[in-house]
Design a protein around this ligand. Sequence first.
Ligand code: RB5
Length: 149
Amino acid sequence: MKIGIGNDHVAVEYKNEISKYIQEKYGYEVMNFGTDSTERFNYPIAGEAVANAVITGEVDKGIVICGTGVGISLAANKVNGIRCVTCSEPYSARLSREHNDTNMLAFGARVVGIELAKMIVDAWLSGEYEGGRHQVRIDMLKDIEKKQK
Ligand code: RB5
C-alpha cells in the first residue's frame, strides 16, 4: 500500500508525524507531495498533486492536511474521480470509506490534536468500502462529473 501525503506550510509537522506513524504502524510507503517549509505555500498545489497521484495510480490513497483541512480537500475534490473527506473525528472517517469509498482524507492541523488525527487516520485506513447499495450513489457522483465536462 502506498499513501500520498500533502500539506501546506501550516501542517509540516503534522505531515511528518503522520507519515512516520503510518510507516511504523502499517509498514506502508508514504510519498510526500507537500511542502517541507514553513514559508507560505498555497494549499491547492499539494491538494492537486496528491489527487493526481491517486488518479494515475502512483499511490493507492491520499491524505492531505492544511490549517482546517478545508482548502486542501476542496482542491483535491476538483480532480475527477477524487472523493476526499474532511474529518475532525474518526466516525465519519470510517463511514466515508464504508459508504462513500473515499480515496482521500483531509484534516486540519489547527483543528484536531495530533493524537486525534492518528485516530482519524486509523479509522480511515481500516475502513473498507461495502459496495452494494452504496454503489449506485457513487455512480451518481461519477455522473455529475461527466455532466461537467
Ligand atoms: C493558511 O493560512 C490556511 O488558510 C490554510 O492552511 C487552510 O486552513 C485553508 O483551508
